[in-house]
Design a protein around this ligand. Structure first.
Ligand SMILES: Nc1ncnc2c1ncn2[C@@H]1O[C@H](COP(=O)(O)OP(=O)(O)O)[C@@H](O)[C@H]1O
Ligand SMILES: [Mg+2]
Length: 336
């Protein structure tokens, strides 16, 4: 641990939305993110996992400074995002989203797409911009003959390569990848994951990698944070979390990646039909209605939050369960 602040951090961030339930009924408050603290260090990869709806993309938008938290702060190199300036922030923290088609302008050619951020940020002359964009497209493995194609002429995997080149062209410090392979064919997913990994080495960037698939995160991430209903319920070095989960929800996620069709959609967590509802967060531990190990205290008292450093779990019975859960590590190596 050095004395440098983490490259990017969120400190106790909250985000609520008011959602309509119909014309005449009062709006309800939806708690998308409920007090999350996370950080990513230089050249490291942080994974964020959890089921659909647990708040991952909301967190991603706050990490990208596209949305302000209701409470808490985003820190870039230790400085509050509010003091950094939008353009400067976006040059240093760039996104790769799930669906590359909707984020690529259909009217621009591939080369123009990758040159565009350089123009917005007034970097270099036109020739220099073109040379740099072409080099990035080479690095992500897009053939030169595709430079003047439009997004609709490319495959999903190729479009995601373009989105990655565009994200890297400004030499950001951090890449926020929000389910970057979830919309792709399973056969293409591994290529894109390998590409991200290679580019990280090449550019020395930090990555926040969001996925609903723990197997993908195991493959790629140094640390992992497991989210449930807007909170981090377990965090720590990926290898530790995989080998000895300390939260029943993580255990269920780990078991679910052994099902054959992980790439195809949501894992079946075998946790019953109690669906998590962010407009109606259960009291005590929010996971208790689905927890196979719950005790009376779980429905009345909020468990202590995860520590920021080391391996932590927001579960009243973390110590007891850790022993019971410990099993063979790397059950899912090579998947995803
Ligand atoms: N702009 C919004 N307005 C209202 N509700 C939202 C908005 N964005 C997200 N939500 C809700 O917040 C919760 C978390 O969503 P999201 O962050 O997209 O989760 P994830 O990416 O983990 O699937 C969901 O219940 C979603 O419906
Ligand atoms: Mg999402």
């Amino acid at each position: 641990m050095g004395l440098e602040p983490p490259v990017l951090a969120v400190e106790n961030v909250f985000k609520r939305y008011q959602v309509s339930r119909g014309l005449l009924r009062p709006k309800r408050s939806l708690q998308a993110v409920r007090g999350v603290s996370l950080s990513v260090d230089k050249q490291r990869t942080l994974g964020i996992v959890g089921e659909s709806g647990c708040g991952k993309s909301t967190l991603a938008r706050m990490l990208l400074n596209l949305e302000r938290p209701d409470e808490g702060d985003i820190l870039l190199d230790g400085r509050s995002a509010g003091t950094v300036g939008r353009l400067d922030f976006s040059a240093r923290v760039q996104p790769v989203f799930q669906d590359p088609y909707s984020t690529l302008n259909p009217r621009r050619t591939i080369l123009e797409t990758v040159m565009h951020p350089l123009r917005v940020h007034a970097r270099g002359e036109r020739n220099a911009r073109e040379t740099r964009a072409a080099r990035l497209l080479d690095l992500v493995g897009l053939p030169r003959r595709a430079h003047h194609a439009h997004p609709n002429q490319l495959s999903g995997g190729q479009r995601q390569r373009v989105a990655i080149a565009r994200a890297l062209v400004l030499e950001p410090q951090v890449l926020i990848c929000d389910e970057p392979t979830s919309a792709l064919d399973v056969s293409i997913q591994a290529q894109i994951l390998n590409l991200i990994q290679e580019l990280q080495k090449e550019f020395g960037i930090s990555i926040v990698f969001i996925s609903h698939n723990l197997a993908v995160v195991e493959h790629l991430c140094d640390e992992v944070a497991v989210m449930y209903l807007g909170r981090v319920v377990e965090n720590g070095p990926t290898a530790d979390v995989m080998a000895s989960p300390r939260h029943p929800y993580t255990k269920a996620l780990l078991d679910s990646v052994l099902t054959p069709d992980v790439g195809l959609g949501l894992p079946d967590l075998q946790l019953g039909l109690e669906f998590p509802d962010p407009t109606n967060v259960p009291p005590g531990c929010a996971f208790h209605p689905r927890c196979p190990h719950r005790e009376p205290v779980c429905s009345t008292e909020v468990p202590p939050a995860c520590a920021q450093a080391g391996h932590g779990s927001e579960c009243h019975f973390a110590d007891r369960l850790a022993g019971a859960f410990a099993g063979p590590a790397a059950v899912c190596a090579g998947r995803g």
